[in-house]
Design a protein around this ligand. Structure first.
Ligand code: 0RA
Length: 640
């Protein structure tokens, strides 16, 4: 069994590999992004990613995450178990101890396999989790034995010990976040569950279970999809009219690369393509997506010509034409994934392009041959898209109307004087009256205001060209300066923070959903680069004597009033909308960086909004009806 060497026994070689955990505790943000709720969840993902690596290596099919009543969280898997044998570079110490107490030593042990670590997004290692935990414990099942080590503030309490016997293999990591470093220890079941759902889609036959054991919050969920990406695509399309009865699907291994692709058309106009490499969402695509697109365009054109739906006089379908109404998911797993770009969101392995292209070509050819009825509808849909695009182009040339992406700033925009995007903010404000208050209340040095009128537009049913014709959307695009869709240029973004400020009622949330959907569909990078925020206006004002207090939820109001006791005779008023607030109140509660709260929008938020949106605006009548009935008491004039 391994023992901790005395300080004098450390050699220079040991010190080189044993970078301690102090840097993580000193600068947590550098390792996990932040110390807020996102950072807290990052700790969980860091541990789970190690188990996912085992699943991708084909040696683990069950992961159980438990939020315990004492505030700790555990991740249990049935992988191979972290090695406990002495580490080759430090023969007196267990590998487990090195993994847990050394920076960057985490998942990098153990040779090949499909690792997420190289992405630069994750993979700081489970030692960072240990560093940020007041208590941590690892239990390893290996060699029919149960090994265990505990840590306080990242430091081992004792050497790795055998504490019992075990059947099978696996690793269970339990950690209690250190609340002197982390701002919160309140794990959010929903957020974690959502992420695990996605992970389960990406790892067919893996079961991920999450259990909340905290009093009054007991619940659990388990995710298992033997359809893999097929299930994912079905889920994405669940509120849309699909053109294919079931997704076309291929799963194949070429050399050491695993390729999995599913696609299914629906009758909408936008495209939804999710791509992953080693389980990491490649938001900027890369080789696998390029291969996929090339196969799709070429195969559909060839088939269209062959069956003579595409006539000689027709020009070829373009990439945009064949991707209208497409929902697809592409996942590749490869030993040496190369990620590039600022956020490491783009796969750059040249060989993968051809591998994916060939797999998708064969899958599509087979699907088209076997399902000629659906094949015909798909080609006709693409042809429609192509004709609509031609017509729109001709109409634009004829009318020579103002270019929707003209760079003259919109008249309604009250710009700020700050020109540096890092410091400049843009508030997108619902309604002209709230816009007026915001203009008066703001700090004009760095805060710009763009008022938006009521129902902006129905993005879902609008095509890209018609959407760009909407005055409100045009204003947003020109104010941002980035362009949109294929020509989107993130480096031209004029504001580092885009803040959605809508009323706290149903209409407000409707408009917010719509804006989130717009950004998700047409400017995804604005979200993934962390530029999009939601303002939090207060719900109530509580006046006690001359003092005004603002609270942001009913619960907060009740708590405040309870603390006040019955003596002070407070007057409570509920804000019906932003328009009711005077400029000073709006500044103080919602716009002043020193006192406001902003929620940063995550891509998960946007996916949810997108789902809600297609449910509200889409074609499936029943879910929409149910939604409206369920919210009937709050709905005033939801014009769907
Ligand atoms: C290094 C090498 C091997 C497995 C692991 C690490 C491992 C790490 C974690 C973290 C959570 N669960 C885990 N499961 C495994 C391979 C060891 C071997 O070849 O036996």
């Amino acid at each position: 069994m391994a023992t901790v060497p005395k300080a004098s026994e450390y050699t220079a070689k040991d010190i080189e590999i044993l970078e301690g955990l102090e840097p993580v505790r000193k600068r947590p943000g550098m390792y996990i992004g932040s110390t807020d709720i996102r950072g807290l969840h990052h700790l969980v993902y860091e541990v789970v990613d190690n188990s996912i690596d085992e699943a991708m290596a084909g040696v683990c099919d069950r992961i159980t995450v438990a939020i315990h009543a004492d505030g700790s969280l555990s991740v249990d898997d049935n992988g191979r178990g972290i090695p406990v044998e002495p580490h080759p570079k430090s023969p007196s110490t267990s590998t487990l101890e090195i993994v847990m107490t050394t920076l960057h030593a985490g998942g990098k042990f153990g040779g090949d396999g499909y690792k997420q670590g190289s992405s630069g997004l994750h993979g700081v290692g489970v030692s960072a989790v240990n560093a940020l935990s007041s208590y941590c414990k690892v239990e390893v099942r290996r060699n029919n034995k149960l090994y265990m080590q505990e840590y306080h503030h990242g430091m081992p309490v004792a050497p790795v010990k055998v504490v019992g016997s075990a059947t099978g293999t696996g690793t269970k990591t339990t950690f209690l976040p250190d609340l002197t470093i982390m701002e919160t220890g309140d794990f959010q079941f929903e957020t974690l569950a959502q992420r695990f759902r996605e992970m389960a889609y990406l790892n067919r036959e893996l079961t991920i279970k999450i259990v909340d054991e905290r009093p009054d919050r007991e619940q659990e969920a388990a995710f298992y999809f033997d359809g893999g990406l097929r299930s994912f695509v079905r889920h994405l399309n669940k509120n849309r009219n699909v053109i294919m009865a079931r997704p076309a699907y291929v799963e194949r291994r070429v050399d050491k690369t695993l390729i999995e692709v599913a696609l299914q058309y629906n009758d909408h106009y936008s495209e939804t393509i999710f791509s992953f490499a080693n389980g990491i969402n490649t938001v900027d695509g890369g080789s696998h997506v390029t291969g996929f697109r090339a196969a799709l365009t070429r195969t559909l054109n060839e088939y269209g010509r062959k069956v003579n739906i595409l006539k000689e006089a027709d020009s070829n379908l373009s990439g945009d034409d064949v991707r209208e109404g497409l929902t697809a998911a592409i996942s590749v797993k490869l030993p040496e994934a190369q990620f590039e770009g600022q956020t490491k969101g783009k796969l750059n392995n040249a060989e993968v392009r051809t591998q994916v292209e060939m797999a998708v070509t064969e899958m599509l050819q087979q699907y088209l041959e076997e399902t000629p009825g659906e094949a015909k509808r798909i080609i006709e849909k693409c042809l429609n898209a192509s004709r609509a695009r031609d017509a729109a182009r001709r109409a634009r040339e004829l009318v020579r109307r103002k270019d929707p992406l003209d760079s003259t700033l919109p008249g309604k925009l009250a710009d700020c004087s700050e020109r540096s995007p890092q410091r400049a903010e843009l508030y997108l404000v619902e309604g002209d009256s709230a816009g007026g208050s915001a203009k008066q209340g703001r700090d004009r040095h760095f805060q710009a205001i763009l008022p938006l009128r009521g129902k902006i537009l129905n993005v879902e049913r609008a095509r890209l060209d018609r959407m760009l014709a909407s005055e409100e959307i045009k204003n947003i695009i020109t104010a941002l300066g980035t362009g949109v869709g294929d020509t989107f240029a993130p480096e031209k973004l004029r504001y580092g923070r885009l803040i959605l400020m809508t009323d706290a009622d149903v209409d407000g949330s409707h408009i917010r959903t719509l804006l989130l959907t717009f950004f998700f569909r047409y400017m995804e990078r604005v979200i993934t680069n962390g530029h999009l925020y939601i303002a939090q206006p207060p719900l109530y004002r509580i006046q006690v004597g001359k003092q005004r207090h603002y609270v942001y939820s009913e619960q907060e109001r009740d708590e405040f009033l309870a603390r006040l006791g019955g003596t002070k005779n407070p007057s409570v008023s509920r804000y019906k909308g932003l328009g009711e607030m005077d400029p000073e109140e709006l500044w103080e509660t919602t716009m002043n960086p020193a006192t406001r709260t902003l929620l940063q929008v995550t891509i998960e938020d946007a996916i949810k909004a997108d789902e809600t949106f297609s449910m509200l605006m889409g074609d499936e009548v029943m879910p929409r009806k149910r939604f409206i009935e369920a919210h009937a008491h709050t709905v005033k004039n939801l014009d769907v």
